[in-house]
Design a protein. Structure first.
Length: 79
């Protein structure tokens, strides 16, 4: 009788899926950062150039934002 061997590729498949998810998140976050910069009002360029994105690979989370205080005033106003 023929011997049947089972080869488990689950971990490789999971790693490949996670890598692709992170690549897509990086692409989307970079595009969104570009759009934010493109749509930001420009006087000195400091606010526009302060936007950054960061992808946390282990959690599949992408952040896009600015640590420059003026950015929040431009987004929500002063009133």
């Amino acid at each position: 009788m023929a011997e049947i061997k089972f080869i488990d590729f689950r971990e490789k498949v999971k790693d490949a899926i996670n890598d692709r998810i992170n690549a897509v998140l990086e692409e989307c976050a970079g595009e969104l950062e570009s759009q934010v910069k493109r749509n930001t009002r420009v006087k000195t360029g400091r606010t526009k150039n302060s936007f950054r994105h960061k992808v946390i690979d282990s959690e599949h989370i992408a952040y896009i934002g600015s640590d420059y205080e003026n950015a929040i005033w431009e987004e929500f106003g002063t009133g």
